[in-house]
Design a protein around this ligand. Structure first.
Ligand code: ADP
Length: 452
């Protein structure tokens, strides 16, 4: 087993990885920008190294600085968390070339799934169902219009290198395709340095359902059931549940069998998530994330597994200690992503947290790097806390979520806590009756006027 793990990340996920390491008797190295000198991940880690100035490209994305930090401290493995370098195949490959274990998939699989066109081709070959769309990249307006005529509008033009919900444009009619195509290409080039785009049928009422998998280096692949991440704003997730209110055990088992067989076939290793749209009883693959996801705790709560611990064990070459039959789905879990954003305008609200009081009690988990007196810097992702609740069933989880949201106090900066308090009171959400378009409409409606 590793003796020292360098955590190439910040915020709650750096803490998450640190905690798993501590429980395994592994020492940790935090890296941080000058803006994060007082951050909780730096305080908790056994050692810390400053790797650069505030902008992420100079610090958390600075590969030479991170490798130097690993060399100086003698770390024998690196966990990338999510975001930053977690899906950078070159980083994974350089880490391995330096004789340090990368806690994640092989560089080849990261590269394969990072190109969404290649990912879809691979999954199609392995018998995983896809959203109807172009067979590969779409290079010209004429081609885009031909695809749109074949699959029928509305269509979605997506960046091959896309991520974080960016680089996507809807064309409602054939006439809209030319403009959408041009804009998508330009945006893709600007955001990802790659203007390759492809097309999909734009589904009007799907749910986003994803499957968590783990694969060891001995050919064992298991899944931990689904997460429903349909509650999104601008294609970004805000609330996630395990399991999905829309899925039964038979459908989960069927999807799980297809996915694990596919990953066994390509020799995948470590953690991964396959994302699907689910509409009219049909699953359609959209992409695979080759890393730990923000919403992994809901799966941990339901399956009673520590996914980060398993990732570390797999990277150390240890076989999975359980088979698919031993994975049980127990009760229901819900996660709220609480961000430092105005709950109405969603403008970022960095600044000093004056009071911080996290909820507790049975079935409540808070993953956060906040503390009273901490200043949320303006340079990074606005996620400041994940509130995760577990209950014997969805109704119990909802009651618990309601009371935990009431208990939660973050003062000094505006957060999305009020929005989450409104969502949990909503009858449609309560009934589990929503699609990926639900939250945008809910947000657009705004809060009910307060009665005098
Ligand atoms: P990213 O990598 O940027 O997150 P995804 O391909 O995972 O992009 O899509 C993000 C979200 O966009 C999905 O969860 C879904 O809400 C929406 N979306 C993606 N593809 C489609 C589609 N074909 N039809 C409707 N919505 C889609």
């Amino acid at each position: 087993m590793f003796e020292k793990v360098l955590i190439a990340n910040r915020g709650e996920i750096a803490l998450r990885v640190h905690r798993a390491c501590q429980e395994m008797g592994i020492r940790t190295v935090a890296v941080h920008s000058t803006a994060d000198a007082n951050a909780m991940h730096v305080r908790l880690a056994d050692e810390s190294v400053c790797i650069g100035p505030p902008p992420a490209r100079d610090s958390y994305l600075n590969i030479p600085a991170i490798l130097s930090a690993a060399a100086i401290t003698g770390a024998d493995a690196i966990h990338p968390g999510y975001g930053f370098l977690s899906e950078n195949a070159e980083f994974a490959s350089i880490v391995e070339q330096h004789g340090i274990a990368f806690i994640g998939p092989s560089p080849d699989h990261i590269r394969m799934m990072g190109d969404k066109i290649e990912a879809k081709r691979t999954m199609a070959r392995l018998g995983v169902p896809l959203v109807p769309g172009s067979d590969g990249p779409v290079d010209t307006i004429e081609e885009a219009e031909a695809v749109a005529r074949r699959i029928g509008p509305p269509v979605l033009i997506k960046a091959a290198a896309g991520g974080g919900g960016r680089g996507m444009k809807v064309a409602r009619t054939i006439e809209d395709v030319a403009d959408a195509f041009r804009i998508a290409r330009t945006e893709a080039k600007a955001a990802f340095g790659n203007d390759a785009v492809y097309m999909e049928k734009y589904l009007d009422r799907p749910r986003h359902i994803e499957l968590q998998v783990l694969a060891d280096t001995h050919g064992n692949v298991v899944h931990f059931g689904e997460r429903d991440c349909s509650l999104q704003r601008r294609h970004q997730k805000l609330v996630e549940e395990a399991g999905s209110p829309a899925l039964d055990a038979a459908e989960r088992d069927r999807l799980g069998a297809t996915v694990t067989a596919a990953l066994r076939e390509i020799g995948y290793r470590n953690a991964g998530t396959l994302e699907f749209l689910y509409q009219d009883g049909q699953f359609a693959f959209i992409e695979m994330n080759t890393r730990l996801q923000v919403e992994h705790p809901v799966t941990e709560m339901v399956c009673g597994v520590d996914l980060v611990r398993e990732q570390i064990r797999i990277a150390a070459g240890i076989p999975l200690g359980f088979g698919q039959d031993e994975i049980r789905f127990n009760g229901h879990a819900i996660e709220c992503r609480i961000t430092a954003e105005d709950p109405d305008t969603f403008l970022p609200t960095p600044g000093k947290v004056t009071t911080y009081h996290a909820p507790g009690g049975l079935g409540v988990r808070v993953d956060s790097a906040l503390y009273a007196g901490y200043t949320v810097p303006p340079y990074y992702d606005s996620l400041v806390a994940k509130l995760v609740v577990h209950g014997a069933d969805r109704a119990m989880a909802l009651m618990r979520l309601r009371r935990a949201l009431e208990e939660f106090v973050i003062d000094g900066i505006a957060t999305t806590l009020p929005l989450h308090r409104r969502i949990v009171e909503d009858a449609e959400f309560g009934a589990g009756d929503y699609t990926i378009h639900w939250l945008e409409r809910f947000v657009a409606r705004g809060p009910e006027p307060e009665s005098a």
